[in-house]
Design a protein around this ligand. Sequence first.
Ligand code: RIB
Ligand code: CA
Length: 336
Amino acid sequence: MTESHQTRRPLVIDCDPGIDDMAAILLACASPEVELLGITTVAGNVSLEHTTRNALRILALAGRQDIPVAPGAARPLVIPAPRRSQTIHGDDGLGGLVLPDSDARPDPRGAVEFLAATVRATPEPVTLVAVGPLTNVALFYALYPDLAARLARLVVMGGSIGAGNVTPAAEFNVWHDPEAAYRVLTAPGLPRPVPTTLIGLDVTLTTALTPADLDTLRRSDGIGRVLADPFQRYLDSYRRVLGLEVVAVHDAVAVLEAVLPGSIQVQPARVTVDTTLGPSRGNTAVDLRAEDGATAEPSTVQVGVAADPRAIAEHLLTRLSSLPTRPGSGPGESAQ
Ligand code: RIB
Ligand code: CA
């Protein structure tokens, strides 16, 4: 089969839009290697109502209102997270970017039933990319273990080998629902393991877009230009909160790994999630030591350890700039 007729890998994104979730969704829409079968939404950066509304509007912006959006969990499995990410993503979740409403409505099946139905109905194994708290994925694993085991792979944006971003110890997605992250990354409990790749801050902060990349987007046509303002807001937040001069499009890097497998250099590891209530809650303890027989548990995930920042940026900029906006769906335009 020639490259041009290569089948598009079926993909579902579970997310909490979120500025970088928006980049992730648009990247999938701009990537011919994959077919985005649907979006499932979860509470995280902002409420489930906002993340779902944002996902619908982002797809409308790309002219892809045909892609279903199925809302999932409105709160973590066990303990509500003390705060969300409004300081980073804005109260609306998109950094103040006001997009017209979509004509589409949320899929009434909800996230877990949508995932089950999609895996059941898709002949080729589905790739799931989770770029928000892992509540929906944990529920899918618990309610439909046999269907979850049929996933081609799970790519997670979350955790870190080193420091966190929401606390010194924890990265936001894992911190927001550590029990869910534990069920997915440490003890999935499936009849067969799902090949899982964990893309943490160690990779996403070193492959962030630069202010110069932001200028490139601002000069581009189509959706790239629309992203420039919310990305600027994201950069300003990261400068203010973390002292970093970067547009950390964490979620888009995870989707790029699903679109172009092998973009991120990985190592096998055992990952343990801290679900205690102390200061290290949500920490991901990543054991990269070789399996020398001394460790009781086999490796559970492939953990991202490095990537070529400019290669990643080039793919993101080229693809995001290639997407036209659907007339009437851009900021300040009235939906037709
Ligand atoms: O820590 C980064 C993650 O938290 C990203 O998914 C971002 O959208 C926020 O949800
Ligand atoms: Ca996210």
